[in-house]
Design a binder for this molecule. Sequence first.
Ligand code: SAH
Length: 650
Amino acid sequence: MYRCAVIGTTVQAAKCLLPLCAPLPADLWMPSKLRPQVEAIALPVGQAKNCRFYEGALADVLADLWPAQGQFVFAMATGAVVRLIAPLLHHKSTDPAVVVVNPAGTAVISLCGGHQAGADGLTYRVARLLGAEPIITSASQGLGLSGIDLLGQPFSWQKGSGDWTGVSAAIARQAPVQIIQECGTTLWQAALPANHPFQFGWPELARDLETPKVKARVWISPIQRRFAPDAAMPKVQWHPRVLWVGLWCERGTSQGLMDWAIEQAFRQHHLALGAIAGIASLDLKKDEPGLLNLCRDRQWPLRCFSAGRLQPIPVPNPSETVAAAVGTPSVAEAAALLAAYRPILPLESASSDQALTPIELEQLAQTANLRAGKQVFRRAEDPGAVTVAVAQAEQEYIDRPGQLLLVGTGPGDLNQMTAAAKDAIARAQVIIGYGLYLNLISPLLQPGQITEAFPITQEQQRAERAIELAQWGLSVAVISSGDAGIYGMAGLVMETLQQRGWNGKTPTVQVLPGITALQAAAAQVGTPLMHDFCAISLSDLLTPWEVIEQRLQAAAQADFVIALYNPKSKTRTQPFADACRILRQYRAETTPVAIVRSAYRVDQSVTLTTLAELNSHPIDMVTTLLIGNKSSLKHYNWMITPRGYLGFGK
Ligand code: SAH
C-alpha cells in the first residue's frame, strides 16, 4: 500500500490536516518556509516525524510524488488543486486518488479517482476523522450503489475485460442491467438499495415479454468470455478467485514453462487467469525455484500438502507410477481438489494443516468440481514438464488478512461517538450488530457496505459470524452501544477467538473505545462518579445471582459509587428488588440516586431521587442507575460526589 500524501500551503491547512497523519497513515507536505510554524504545532501532538518540507514550486514536487503515491489529500482551493493535477492526469485505471478538504476542515470532496483509486472511500475516512461532511459526486453513490467497477473489490475479485464505461453509464441511467453470477459470494446483493437496477439470472420465457429489455450485462464467473468490441449491449466480467491450480513439475522446470502451461490449460478450458486463487502442490515442491518465482510474480499463494494428505483424495486420473515415486497416486488433481475444498484454513489448524477426516473426505468427493483434469505440458525449447489440473472452490480466495474492528458506538447520539470509531465504520466492509444500534449509526453507512443485523439474544451468533468473515479476509466491524468492551460484544468476540486457538495476529483485532452508559448517565446529572466507583450488572443470565449479590454487598460496604447496568427487564425483576435491599443495609435512605433512561437518545429521561424512593420509579433495560456514596449529595437537580478538595468526603 502506498502512503497517503496530505498537502497544504498554509499554517491553517497544516492544522486541519495534521490529525489525519497518524490514523490514515499519511505524510504532511508543507512549503519549507513554514517549517518553524508547522513544527510548532506538530511537535506537541507527536506528529513532527510525519512532516515533510519541500523547496520550490508545489507543481514540481507533485510531479515527483504523483507516480509513487496512491492517494493525495489537499487542503486548498478546489480550483488550485484542479490546475495542479491537470497536467498529471492520465487515466482512471492508473491515476491516484485525489481528495480536497476546504481550509476550515468542514467539507471533504472526492475530486478524482473516486472508484478505482479509492478516493470515495478515502473521502469518507477523512470526513469521519475531521468531523466534516463527505461530498461524493459519482453517479452510483447518488443511487446508493457502489460502482460496478468496485463490486468485487471487497472479495478480491479480479476485473476482467469489457465495456466498463458502457455498463456504468447504463446503471447511471437506471436502465435494467442483467447480472449472471456463476460463482463467488452473493453477500454484495444484501447491500443493494431497494430500487437497484439489477435483474438476476435469465428471465423465464413467459416473463421475458413483460420485463424491460436489459441494456447491459455483468458476468461474475470463472469463465473467460470474449465480447465483440462493437456489441450493441455493453458487457463486463468479474472473476472471483475460485480456481485452484494443482501443479506438478520436474525438478528445475523453468518459471516460463509453468506460466505457459497454466495459460494453455486455461485457454483450452475457457477459464480466466484472473479467477486463479492460487497454486497447490506436493510439499516436495515447496522449494522449487521456478514455482516460487511464478507465485511471487503473479502474487498467487502456494499451498503445499504432504503425500499423506493427498493420497486418500479421490481423483479421476490416478497413476501408479506417481504413487510409487512420491507416495500419492495424484499430485495435481488431488492438490487442486484439496485446496478448493479448504480455500481458507480454520483458526485451530492455522499452524498444523491436518489430514481430512473420513466425513470430510466424503464431503470433498461430493462437492468436488474439477474444471480441468490433469494434463502434461512440454515445450521443445524448454527442458522439464508441467502437469496442471484445475479445481473450483465454492468460496473465493481473498488476498488480504481479515480484520475485526470492535467498535463502541457510544450511548446513541452520533456526536457522542469518537472520530476513530466513525473512521472504523468507514473502513469496514461488513458491519455486524443488533438491529437497533445499526439503525443508530445508519447515517454513517456508505453504499456497498454490508450490514448484518441480529436480534438482541443472538450475541454468540454475531461473534461467530464476524470471526468467520474476518478469517476469510474481510474487514468486519462489530458494534456495541457504549463501549464494546463493557458488557459488550468485544469481550465475546475475544473469548471466542481465544477458544478457537487464535494466534493473536490473524485476523487482526482493533478495539475502538466508546462512551459507556455510566459516563453518559453521569454527565446528565453532574459529577456523581467523582470518587471511586464500580459497575455491576444485575443480569443473572450469564452470572450466577450469588456472585452478583456478593459484589453488591462488597461494593456497598466499601462505599463505592455504584453504577447498575441491566437493572430490570419485564420478566427479571427480583435481582433489582434484592439489590435495593442490600444497598439499604449500608447506605442511608437519603443517598442520592440518578435514574437515567436512554441517555443521548431521543427518548432520554433523567430522574434524580433517593434510595428510599427508588422503587417508585419505572426502571427498565435501557436504564442505568447511579447510586451515590456516603458523601454524594443532591444540589437542585444535580448530583455531586465530592472529590475532597473542599474537605468533604474525607
Ligand atoms: N456496552 C454498553 C453496555 C451494554 S449492557 C455500554 O458500555 O454502555 C446494556 C445496559 O447498558 C442497559 O441495560 C443499560 O443499563 C445500559 N445502557 C446502555 N445504553 C444506555 C443508554 N443510552 N442510557 C442508559 N443506559 C444505557
